[in-house]
Design a protein around this ligand. Structure first.
Ligand SMILES: OC[C@H]1O[C@H](OC[C@H]2O[C@H](OC[C@H]3O[C@H](O)[C@H](O)[C@@H](O)[C@@H]3O)[C@H](O)[C@@H](O)[C@@H]2O)[C@H](O)[C@@H](O)[C@@H]1O
Length: 539
């Protein structure tokens, strides 16, 4: 087994984690200061969202120099120190790799823009106008056309995200080699791997309007593996919105020479009506169970799953599908147990381990995220009401998960002595790390216990998965089996009590995790309290 198959990964969004110099922006020294906290939690790796040089049109996902640290985050010396200090605590640093696009301020694009004869022109994707307009109707994820007009050359360039994020042309061999050199620069520093931003898009065929899963995608990934991380004992995880259980094996099959695993998003899209994340609908728990179980079984023996509920692009799970009011602690623990006992590598997004919640806004002026702002402007022009749009932003907007980490009940939640770049959630006085560490029953200790359990328990790492009660509307039950060992995981994802019949449980069985201090189980008539979860080690 590889180290990352037994690991738990913690995602840090550096802008919002810990500010060490009072400028209101989290930084690398702030992360170093908090490594002891992460060691206490027990995680094995940190996925570090981008800290590279960037004009910050998309908070660092628009990189202008891959081999420089943005001064607001610190220096390369700080970065080297972070890698070394993390290593001392057996924590590896997984860098975010954003190579579907660069910033328009990257020197490659600056050169490419100079004209059609520029040696860097073909590093990007340019097309002539069609009948004086965009080459086709491809849309940007951040609203509007995916083509931007360049007056100097009378051509359009492709940007699947903001205009300041031009897409790289992966068909250009020299560009690919430059990317590989940059990746080796980071690998030689001793990092633990890469999280690969929208990597399913690099094989795009924009003329055919193919974006995800393009024809040369896997050829590029195999070449990347051969020329870079394939020579190191590191993990790689690809962000792949277009992945299906069928093609997941192509990315992460053990004999494929591509990635360790991918992030799939099928469960994440279950509360939307259409391809648009803003078209909201209620979550159907039966569907959630079906989707997660499908991935557990499909990748069971041949590839490897990543497990996550939220990240810096998605709302916080306790506010999204849990209950962040009366049952905040119970529901946060329920989702923790459900995820961490599945097969795959679990990811924790900063603050999830203390049950941090979404932060609603009342006015668009309070929003920082480019995706939400662009959508709001476009939909206001289309006649939607501000109320409806703010409702969608409060449910799905990316700022929800990006508010600063809540360390204590002091000024700005202990995140910064200066004015934070994004307002701290006002509930920091009740929900914060200091409070959670002082309470043995807190969400934090459930996460810590789950992480420790995975380290010691072969059934969690290797066991097969089987869904029980698939049609129950509120209760999620599954079992994990490895040799003679069997774990039964039960969670009531509802504010109501629910009574279910469970498989027979012998008297010798023990309850391993419980968020209600449950001592006994009557399998025939098991009544679950609101958001109750427990795990039985079946003997
Ligand atoms: O570097 C640019 C961003 O790259 C990553 O995230 C990509 C975006 O992922 C989602 O959007 C993709 C859409 O995919 C499918 O079409 C679904 O049907 C839609 O519902 C999805 O919206 C998120 O919604 C976006 O917020 C992401 O940008 C990074 O993780 C981002 O931080 C970067 O901004």
């Amino acid at each position: 087994m590889k180290w990352w198959q037994k690991a738990v990964v913690y995602q840090i969004y550096p802008r919002s984690f810990q500010d060490s110099n009072g400028d209101g922006i989290g930084d690398i020294r702030g992360i170093i200061e908090r490594l002891d906290y992460l060691e206490k939690l027990g995680i094995n790796a940190i996925w570090l969202s981008p800290v590279y040089q960037s004009p910050n049109d998309d908070n660092g996902y628009d990189i202008s120099d891959y081999e420089a640290i943005h001064p607001e985050f610190g220096t390369m010396e700080d970065m080297n120190e972070l890698i070394a200090e993390a290593q001392k605590r057996s924590i590896r640093i997984v860098m975010d790799l954003v190579v579907n696009h660069t910033s328009d301020e990257h020197h490659w694009f600056q050169e490419a823009k100079k004209g059609k004869d520029s040696p860097y022109r073909d590093y990007y994707i340019w097309r002539d106008p069609v009948k004086g307009k965009e080459p086709n109707d491809l849309k940007s994820t951040f609203s509007g056309s995916a083509w931007a007009y360049d007056k100097t050359s009378d051509q359009y360039y492709l940007h699947l995200f903001s205009e300041k994020q031009p897409d790289l042309n992966w068909k250009n061999e020299k560009m690919r080699q430059d990317i590989y050199n940059m990746m080796n620069f980071w690998l030689e520093k001793g990092i633990g791997g890469f999280r690969m931003d929208v990597i399913d898009l690099i094989g795009k065929e924009p003329d055919e309007k193919i974006t995800g899963n393009g024809p040369r995608l896997h050829e590029f990934l195999q070449e990347m593996n051969r020329k870079t991380f394939g020579h190191y004992d590191v993990m790689t995880v690809g962000e792949t919105w277009s992945a299906t259980p069928e093609n997941a094996e192509l990315y992460s099959g053990s004999d494929r020479g591509e990635l360790s695993m991918i992030f799939q998003f099928e469960h994440i899209a279950l509360d939307q009506e259409s391809i648009s994340k803003w078209a909201l609908k209620d979550l159907d728990l039966v569907e959630l169970k079906q989707v997660l179980s499908k991935w557990q079984i499909a990748l069971g023996e041949t590839a490897w799953n990543s497990l996550f509920w939220n990240n810096h692009d998605t709302p916080r799970i306790v506010s999204r599908w849990g209950n962040d009011q009366a049952f905040r602690v119970e529901s946060a623990k329920c989702f923790a147990v459900l995820l961490h006992l599945m097969k795959g590598t679990p990811y924790i997004y900063q603050g999830e381990e203390i049950g941090m919640t979404n932060r609603p806004v009342r006015n668009i002026s309070e929003v920082n995220d480019i995706e939400s702002i662009n959508m709001y402007k476009e939909e206001m022009r289309n006649g939607k009401t501000a109320e409806a749009l703010l409702n969608a932003i409060n449910y799905k907007g990316r700022d929800n998960a990006r508010t600063p980490m809540q360390w204590n009940d002091q000024e700005n939640g202990g995140f910064s002595t200066g004015e934070p770049w994004l307002a701290v959630n006002p509930n920091f006085t009740e929900i914060n790390v200091e409070q959670t560490l002082a309470d043995e029953q807190s969400v934090f200790y459930m996460y810590k216990d789950l992480i420790q359990y995975r380290k010691e328990n072969e059934t969690v790492v290797r066991g097969s998965y089987n869904l029980l009660l698939p049609d129950h509307q509120s209760v999620f039950v599954y079992e994990r089996v490895y040799n003679e060992n069997r774990l039964l995981v039960i969670a009531n994802l509802s504010t109501e009590e629910n009574t279910v019949e469970l498989p027979e449980i012998s008297k010798e069985s023990t309850i391993r995790f419980s968020n209600y201090d449950r001592q006994v189980v009557d399998a025939k008539q098991c009544t679950l309290a609101p958001y109750e979860c427990f795990v039985v080690d079946v003997k």
